[in-house]
Design a protein around this ligand. Structure first.
Ligand code: NDP
Length: 281
C-alpha cells in the first residue's frame, strides 16, 4: 500500500503562509494584484480561472479578470498587456491557455513583462529555468517538487522518468529534477520500450493526458508515482494518467487525482504572484 501524497494539505499550508506574507506587505502599503486574461467560453478554462480567482481572494491577493469574446483581435490583447505591464499596481499577469487559433500564443506570452510572467511561460523565464537562475518556477513542476520535499523525498541520485515533454510540464519538470541532481529520462510518444524504462524508475512523473496510461506492469514495487494528468473518464469524472486502483498497492508513494498535483499548481501560482511583488519593489 502506498502512502498517499495529499496535495490539499500541502497546498493549504503554502496558501496560509502566503496569506501571512500578503498581510505583512499590506502593512507596508504594498498590495498584490493578479490580472487574469481569458478568451472564449471553454468550460475548463473558466473553471481554472475561477479557481485561481478564489485562491487569490482567500490569500488577500486582488484579482482582476479581463474576459474577451473568442473573436477578439490580437492587437486588443496586446494593448491590454502593454497597459498592464506599465501599471505599478499590477504584480502578475496571466493569460489562460489555450487561446483560439487566430491568436498567437507565443506573441501574447512574449508581450508580458518577464517580471510579471507568473506562469513562467515566456522565453526569458524558460531560459532562466534551464540555467537554474530563476525568478519564477513553473507552477506544476514546482508544486511537485514541494510535494516531494514535504514527504522528505530527496531526488538526488534517483532515476526520475518524466513521461511527457510539454513546455509547461514535462520539460521544466525534468529540469527541476536535474537541478536537484536526479538522473532524468524524458519519455514521449515516440519513445521505444516505455514500459521497460518506467520499470527502472525510482520516481515516475506522468504528464500525458490519457486515462489509465500508467499501468501496474510499468511500475516496479516501491516506485514513487506522481500523476499530473487531468482527464475525464467515461462517466465524466476527473481522473489522472495512472491506473490508481492497481498501481497504488505496489507504489511506495502516490498522488491521487483529484487532490494531488492540481491544488499545488494554483498554490505555486499564488507564490509566484507574491514573489513578483518583491521582485518589482
Ligand atoms: P501535452 O498534450 O502538451 O503533452 C502530452 C505529452 O504526452 C506529450 O509530450 C506527448 O508526447 C506525450 N504522450 C502522448 N502520448 C504518449 C504515449 N503514448 N507515450 C508516451 N508519451 C505520450 O499535455 P500537457 O503537458 O499540457 O498536460 C499533460 C496532462 O497534465 C494533461 O492531462 C493536462 O490536463 C494535465 N495538467 C495538469 C496540471 C495540474 O495542475 N494537475 C497542469 C497542467 C497540465 P509528444 O511530445 O511526442 O507528442
Amino acid at each position: 500500500m502506498a502512502k498517499i501524497i495529499d496535495g490539499k494539505v500541502v497546498s493549504s499550508k503554502i496558501r496560509q503562509d502566503l496569506k501571512e506574507e500578503v498581510c505583512k506587505l499590506k502593512e507596508k502599503s504594498i498590495s498584490v494584484t493578479l490580472a487574469v486574461i481569458i478568451v472564449g467560453n471553454d468550460p475548463a478554462s473558466r473553471t481554472y480561472v475561477n479557481n485561481k480567482k478564489k485562491a487569490c481572494s482567500e490569500i488577500g491577493i486582488i484579482s482582476e479578470e479581463y474576459a474577451f469574446d473568442e473573436n477578439v483581435k490580437e492587437t486588443e490583447l496586446l494593448n491590454l498587456i502593454y497597459n498592464l505591464n506599465r501599471r505599478n499596481d499590477v504584480t502578475g499577469i496571466l493569460v489562460q491557455l489555450p487561446l483560439p487559433k487566430h491568436l498567437s500564443e507565443k506573441k501574447i506570452i512574449e508581450s508580458i513583462d518577464p517580471k510579471k510572467d507568473v506562469d513562467a511561460f515566456s522565453e526569458i523565464n524558460v531560459g532562466k529555468i534551464m540555467i537554474g537562475n530563476y525568478n519564477f518556477l513553473p507552477c506544476t513542476p514546482a508544486g511537485i517538487m514541494e510535494l516531494l520535499t514535504f514527504e522528505e523525498i530527496d531526488v538526488s541520485g534517483k532515476h526520475c522518468v518524466v513521461v511527457g515533454r510539454s513546455n509547461i510540464v514535462g520539460k521544466p519538470m525534468a529540469m527541476l529534477m536535474l537541478h536537484k541532481n536526479a538522473t532524468v529520462t524524458i519519455c514521449h510518444s515516440k519513445t521505444k520500450n516505455l514500459k521497460d524504462i518506467c520499470k527502472t524508475a525510482d520516481i515516475i512523473v506522468s504528464a500525458v493526458g490519457k486515462e489509465k496510461f500508467i499501468t501496474k506492469d510499468m511500475v516496479s514495487p516501491g516506485t514513487i508515482v506522481i500523476d499530473v494528468g487531468m482527464n475525464r473518464d467515461k462517466n465524466g469524472k476527473l481522473c489522472g494518467d495512472v491506473d490508481f486502483e492497481n498501481v497504488e498497492p505496489i507504489a511506495s508513494y502516490i498522488t491521487p487525482v483529484p487532490g494531488g498535483v492540481g491544488p499545488m499548481t494554483i498554490a505555486m501560482l499564488m507564490k509566484n504572484t507574491v514573489n513578483a511583488s518583491t521582485l518589482q519593489q
